[in-house]
Write a protein that binds this ligand. Sequence first.
Ligand code: MG
Length: 461
Amino acid sequence: MAEGFNMTSKRHKKRLFGTNGVRGIVGSDMNPELVYFIGAALGTLRKGSIAVGRDTRTSGETLIHALKAGLLATGCDVTDCGVLPTPALQYLIKEDFDGGAMITASHNPPEYNGVKIIEADGTEMGDDETIELEQHIFNRSFDLQPWDHVGQDASAPDIIKRYISAVVRQFPPDIGKGMLVVVDPGSGPACRTTPEILKRLGCRVMTVNGIMDGHFPNRMPEPTPEGLAALSALVVSSRAAFGVAHDGDADRAVFVDENGDYIEENKEFAIVAQHVCQRQKGVIVTPVSTSQIVEAVASSEGCSVVYTKVGSIYVARTMHSLIKQGDNVVFGGEGNGGLIFPDHQFCRDGGMTAASMVAILAATGDRLSDLVKRLPKRFMIKEKQKTLHAQKMMAKIEQSFTKDQIDRTDGLKITRGSTWALIRASGTEPLIRIIVESEKRTDAEVFFKEISGIISQESGK
Ligand code: MG
């Protein structure tokens, strides 16, 4: 969320941009003026050929013009790829451009919009570069060009086909032959990609919310189990193999099985991880917040897990650096349906995830519900707890668990036997996020009560 637009900031910390770009409500925090500044700052830092795109939000057209104005004014040549998923733009940039930016607010409601900055390798801009970009915005220091050096604007509405073909090429021809799949792109940009990808893999495809519409008339851009009732109903009535739904910019994919039952995203991650690990031995990268189910299936297939801070950019960059060190990184992602396939590209890709599920069912011959049932059992509690002194509270919690194993990759991860807890102070709100997971429900509940008790007791002082 854009946290006020203070031009005099000198703090060396990201202020406008969060973990996945800058976002805000259109007409207040998020407006063409801010997006022009972002475009001009990006054009000042990154010269050359820049690709831009947007999701289906009603404000997207206005904001992309502002973004392009900033880029062109600072001398960049701009290719407008139109409406497309974030991973499609990321793939195109990795292949052909010097950088780019996506106008999207991902899973946020329709009144939001935002900007994600993408580097030449297709990954989102890292923290240090983002701080530098913000400094240019706060100081309004832009490398504006004279009349004979402003950039050229080109439009490439069909360039999206290259992304679709790139995903299809990752799989054997006709791997989905005879399989019926229902796709819910949620009126977002995946209307242009996922149904086509699955058809090209040989599937028969039906859609719900398959017409692009920035008002999101039938469900919000966040694919929640409640929002996917129409998808589930159509999967059951059409006897489809599964249903797949995307968030507002289709970097994530979530699934319902053949019975229309929603698959919790950590289980989705584990099913895909298991399939990958059965074929390639190496390392899986994921944040410390991911369920232990993923590590359990990975280690049973002879693979290992490397944990990162929470945020897909940390996963992608860790995958990159491990590969540079010579590690065989086979897969990565988050427990929210954002999966990264390194043979394809180093970012979350919802279309690629949907196609992978086709390949998994084709290879195993199993029903999706059976794959879910066979996963190791874990019980997870996720809660937020209000407190006015989140940082002080973190120190207090740390002191209370000195006998347990503590990891400080992100917040505090406390492990006690087969139970673990992740405790993180929110950077923007007065609250602490708690995740507890165990093989037994009672163990998770007891550990959760212990942590929550410390917070309530201290907050009451
Ligand atoms: Mg997203």
